[in-house]
Ligand binder design. Structure first.
Ligand SMILES: [Zn+2]
Length: 44
C-alpha cells in the first residue's frame, strides 16, 4: 500500500515496502508494483 504523508506543506507518497518517497501518486503506485523489498533493511 502506498502511504500518504504530508511534509513541508506537500503531500508525499511513500512505498510501505522500502520507504521510498514520491511526489506523484502514480509514480509511487507503479514503483510499489515492481518493488521487491520484502524484508525491510531496518530489521536486520
Ligand atoms: Zn518500494
Amino acid at each position: 500500500m502506498v502511504e500518504e504523508t504530508e511534509r513541508d506543506g506537500m503531500t508525499w507518497y511513500r512505498c510501505e515496502k522500502c520507504g521510498l518517497m514520491f511526489d506523484d501518486p502514480e509514480d509511487a503506485r507503479q514503483h510499489e508494483e515492481n518493488c521487491d523489498a520484502e524484508e525491510p533493511s531496518y530489521l536486520q
